[in-house]
Design a protein around this ligand. Structure first.
Ligand SMILES: Nc1ncnc2c1ncn2[C@@H]1O[C@H](COP(=O)(O)OP(=O)(O)OP(=O)(O)O)[C@@H](O)[C@H]1O
Ligand SMILES: [Mg+2]
Length: 220
């Protein structure tokens, strides 16, 4: 089967001679879930960020290649891939949800950018997705700000706004590390269920192998 994502001998580092990631290679088939497990500082986040071309200042991809859906990625052709191509959920949703904007404005952005839906259709799509992730009052949620929700709810909202665009690949970087154990399991179950529904592949980054054990084995 052809790969959805192919990372080949990726090397990431900083000047003058710091190497954060040395020759990492992996392949992800469409719809497949792959867990990237490693200790703190081993370069998991750097790898994920290099895939979407969002390395922090100071780090750069020094070698290797990233191919997504048959196209070799380079900084010039990354933009159309974010959203419908690749969605990303981070460890702490406050870093990816803008604290100064109502949730509805943030959720609508992606659909307005990547689809031809009208405003009313965007609102109902947002509400349906919020209901799907277990938000009790989706209309009120769209008017609210991120700080009005608990960490687990914020992560559900983040997941809703990313999955709204039906990405072919979801990259989840320690999506549940900041949550209590019960909430972690709920959010992970939700993430697996949503991505199975949409047929999205998942690159799940974690420093504990418990997650890979917790995941169901069939039908993938
Ligand atoms: N902006 C940066 N500039 C220079 N070095 C960095 C930068 N960000 C991270 N690093 C270094 O790159 C290496 C990999 O860091 P990375 O954040 O990818 O690790 P990680 O596996 O995600 O760890 P954790 O499990 O703690 O999230 C580390 O040695 C880190 O110190
Ligand atoms: Mg990390």
């Amino acid at each position: 089967m052809t790969s959805l994502l192919s990372v080949d001998r990726m090397r990431i580092g900083a000047k003058p001679d710091f190497i954060a990631v040395q020759d990492v290679s992996f392949d992800l088939a469409p719809g497949e879930i792959l867990a990237l497990v490693g200790e703190s500082g081993s370069g998991k986040t750097a790898t994920a960020r290099a895939v979407i071309g969002l390395l922090p200042p100071g780090l750069a991809m020094l070698g290797g290649s990233v191919t997504f859906d048959g196209t070799a990625l380079h900084p010039g052709n990354l933009r159309p891939l974010r959203g419908p191509g690749i969605g990303m959920v981070f460890q702490e949703p406050m870093t990816s949800l803008n604290p100064a904007l109502p949730i509805g404005v943030q959720m609508a952005e992606g659909l307005a950018l990547h689809t031809k839906l009208r405003a009313a259709e965007i609102t109902s799509a947002c509400q349906a997705m919020l209901a799907r992730v277990g938000i009790a009052d989706p209309a009120a949620c769209l008017r609210a700000f991120p700080h009005e929700f608990s960490g687990g709810m914020r992560q559900r909202i983040m997941l809703a706004s990313v999955m709204l665009l039906r990405p072919k690949l979801l990259i989840a970087d320690e999506p549940t590390t900041a949550l209590d154990t019960l909430t972690q399991a709920e959010v992970l179950d939700l993430m697996v269920a949503l991505t199975r529904e949409q047929g999205s592949a998942v690159l799940l980054i974690t420093h504990t192998s418990a997650w890979s054990r917790a995941m169901p084995t069939a039908p993938w």
